[in-house]
Structure formats: C-alpha cells, structure tokens
Design a protein around this ligand. Structure first.
Ligand SMILES: *Cc1c(COP(=O)(O)O)cnc(C)c1O
Length: 333
C-alpha cells in the first residue's frame, strides 16, 4: 500500500529511534529535561523569537498560542477553511472563550481588505473586540498553498498600526520555507506567536512547539499543565524532533516534486501544486478513493467532491511514480 492520506502517517526511521534511545532526559514539568530545553531554544532561535514550548500536538500549540494573544470574549479573524476554525473541534471557543470571524480565499491567502473591513477596535459594551488575525502557512485545506511573504508583511504593517496581534499556524511552515527559500526567521518576524509541528512532513512520531515571547511562553506553560499537557521525561520525543530538524527539512523538496507529479497525473497544472499536498475536485470522490485503494493507493476524500493526497517521508520516488500511473488511469487520462 502507498499511503497518501496524510503526512502524519510517517513512522520514525531506525536512525531517529536510535537518537530517541540515546536522549538525555529529566522531568520537563520541572523544566529539567535537557533535550526538551535544547529543542525549545533551538526552535525559538530559528524563528527569531525569545522562547518556545514543546507540546504533544499542533492543536494544543495553537490553543496555547491563540490564547496568548486573544482573551476570553475577544475574537480572532482567520480564513474560513483554516485548521483552527475547522479541524480543532471548537477548542478555541470551548476552552478559551474566543470567537472567530472568517474571510474566504480560494488559496487560503490573506485578504487584507476583508481583514480591514471586519476589524473591530475596542468599542466598549457594543462589539466584540478583534484581538488578533490568524494565518496558516502552508494552508492545509487550500491544498498546501504558500502564503506570499509580501502579503504577510503587509498584514504585519497593518497590525502594527491597529494594535492587532498575529498568530501563525505554521504546522507546515517548513514546507513553505523549502518551497520558497524564505528564511524561517522572516516568517517568524511577521508573527507575534507561532505554532509549528514536528509530526507532519518532518516525520517525528509526536511533537509541536509554540513560539513567542518569554512572557507568553511562561504563561503558556501554566495553561499547558492545566490542559493535561505537562509531560515528564519527554526528551525521548524531543530527540526525535531534533533529529528531524537535522535530517528531514531539506528533503521536503522531494515530497514537493512527488506531489507535483501526482497533481499532473490528476490533470492539475503542476505549478499550482506548491508543496506536499494535492487537493483535486472529483465528482465521484468516495468511489475514486475506493478504486484507488483497490489498486494499492490510499488517498482521502475530504469532501463529497474533493480528494486530498499528501506526500511524505515514507513515499519514495518509485512509490510516487507508481501512484501517478494508477491515479491517471483511474482519472481516465
Ligand atoms: C495538523 C495541523 C495542525 C495540528 O494538528 P495536530 O494533529 O493536533 O498535531 C495544526 N494546523 C494545521 C494547518 C495542521 O495541518
């Protein structure tokens, strides 16, 4: 089976498992796990921020990050198919008391005109105050699209002028970095707070980080414990993440090439496949997924007429080529 349902399906490699086995550990609730501390410092520095916090999931990193810039009763603006709006099961409302309003963009980009028109300053007892804008890069449900860095800079300039904060859901920011060559610190600079995942294309079995100011991270450390996310000798997991940063970032370019090949097989212009996710409209999504599975290629239906394919560490060039042959035949090409 060639499994293209998600880049979360990767399994730790033998070398990653060795790095995990060798990790020095301590109690991370006491702040005494040296491997976790080193990973947090390293990731904070990569993005040009003061501090970072290791979390079990990207969803928890997002919950902590958004709550660090939006208080209960305030709102965050985001794109309508953003992961924080669609795929975190209402956590920001249920846990943090935060509301959302959305704009829609076919590629998940920032719509600054929409943001400007929705933005609500503090109006006392009349309107929900807009505390932050959230952006997602790369954008998952829009098909792994990269947000143009100039759009992010324009949003930053606007946010500075209005006292609005910016949250960046960077679950796959590594892919945006590799696809464009934009330094990670340039992405870090446009955001007040970020969340990044080690467990997607980087191939770690678990782990994400929130990145921000030292004060925001100190506060998030308390909230993380309250949510049940205070972990103990978790350096074995941080070691997997550190290994992934050493060995699995540059190779994301291979995943991107494989995704372009698969997009082309399904009739897309390969130039529209920017990273490792291919989203394609199929009137017969459910049966297309079934027929592909019968031929050894697992893909996902993410809507009645939409299928999604994701390339990753466990999909070789030979796998991608074989999947492209199967899918283009099933698509009648
Ligand atoms: C996967 C993902 C997350 C976090 O997901 P977890 O499964 O909770 O780790 C956050 N944002 C985006 C865009 C994602 O794709």
């Amino acid at each position: 089976m060639i499994d293209l349902r998600s880049d979360t399906l990767t399994r730790p490699t033998a070398a990653m498992r060795e790095a995990m086995a060798r990790a020095e550990v301590g109690d991370d609730v006491y702040g005494e796990d040296p491997t976790v501390n080193a990973l947090q410092e390293r990731v904070a520095e990569l993005f040009g921020h003061e501090a970072a916090l290791f979390t079990p999931t990207g969803s928890m990193a997002n919950v902590l990050a958004v709550a660090s810039v939006v208080s209960p009763g305030e709102e965050v603006l985001c794109e309508s198919s953003a992961h924080i709006a669609r795929a975190e099961l209402g956590a920001h409302g249920a846990i943090s008391g935060i509301t959302m309003r959305t704009w829609t963009h076919p590629r998940g980009h920032v719509d600054l005109a929409a943001v400007e028109s929705m933005h609500a300053p503090d109006m006392g007892p009349f309107f929900v105050r807009t505390a932050a804008v959230s952006v997602e890069n790369t954008h998952n449900f829009a098909g792994g699209t990269v947000l143009p860095v100039d759009d992010l800079r324009a949003l930053r300039a606007w946010a500075d002028g209005t006292g609005t904060r910016i949250h960046l859901d960077g679950a796959r920011l590594w892919n945006a970095h590799i696809a464009t060559g934009t330094p990670l610190a340039d992405y870090g600079r446009v955001a007040d707070v970020l969340a990044v995942c080690l467990s997607k294309g980087l191939g770690a079995p678990i782990g994400s980080l929130m990145v921000g100011t030292a004060d925001a991270i100190a506060e998030a450390r308390v909230r993380r414990k309250r949510l049940g996310g205070g972990m103990r000798q978790v350096g074995v997991l941080a070691a997997a993440g550190a290994y992934a940063l050493d060995h699995h970032v540059e190779r994301l370019a291979d995943d991107h090439a494989h995704a372009r090949l698969l997009g082309e097989a399904l009739g897309l212009d390969p130039a529209t496949v920017e990273t490792n996710i291919v989203v394609v409209e199929r009137p017969d999504a459910a049966s297309f997924v079934e027929r592909a599975a019968a031929e050894g290629v697992r893909i996902a239906a993410v809507g009645p007429r939409t299928v999604r394919l994701v390339t990753h560490l466990d999909v070789s060039s030979a796998d991608a080529e074989r999947a492209a042959v199967v899918l283009s035949r099933l698509a009648g090409r």
